[in-house]
Design a protein around this ligand. Structure first.
Ligand code: ADP
Length: 169
């Protein structure tokens, strides 16, 4: 039978910076969705290391091999409003720990209260990536640790030039 419906999901986050954990969630997500929109939160309240433009550029570079099935965008509004604007009904989120679950559970219920048509799909992080977080990676990089096994090469390079004095390759 010919498939006419396109399944799209929005994968929101701050991506400050993108890690191999994020990348793996998107890769796995693409086995279930035709298109994934990676929606980078402007995150003004978060004091990010990378500017929005830098984060978007890294996302574009790292997801280039996935072609048109991965769309890179940013948003500066309530997530449900962004989904309504895009006419997408599914949020994709990754869960690493019980701590993540508690936060995600609350967010998902809040989003469903705001718009009952919006569903959140959770993917449990693969064992290899469950210890990775953007903030831990920034801390390691700032102290001169090698983050090459935790982030895509372009991100490792970007961290190196942001934190030039202490990062070793
Ligand atoms: P925020 O925490 O600001 O929403 P993040 O960029 O930290 O944004 O994370 C975006 C999404 O990716 C979240 O669903 C988060 O749980 C998930 N995620 C973060 N780190 C990993 C990882 N190492 N493996 C898989 N998923 C992850």
């Amino acid at each position: 039978m010919r498939k006419t419906v396109k399944y799209c999901a929005v994968y929101p986050g701050t991506f400050d910076p993108l890690t191999l954990g994020h990348l793996h969630i998107v890769k796995r997500g693409l086995t279930h969705f035709d298109t994934i929109v990676i929606a980078c939160s402007v995150g003004e309240h978060k004091h990010t290391l990378f500017s929005l433009e830098e984060r978007l550029n890294l996302l574009r570079q790292c997801f280039k091999p996935f072609g048109k099935r991965v769309v890179i965008d940013s948003f500066d509004m309530l997530l449900v409003h962004y989904l309504q604007q895009q006419k997408i009904h599914t949020i994709l989120r990754g869960i690493r720990t019980v701590g993540d679950f508690e936060y995600e559970h609350q967010m998902s219920l809040a989003n469903r209260t705001l718009d009952p048509k919006i569903e959140t799909v959770f993917m449990l992080t693969d064992d290899h990536y469950s210890h990775l977080s953007s903030s831990l990676i920034k801390e390691i990089a700032a102290l001169g640790g090698n983050v090459g096994a935790m982030v895509p090469t372009a991100v490792a390079k970007a961290l190196k030039s942001k934190l030039p004095k202490r990062v070793k390759s």
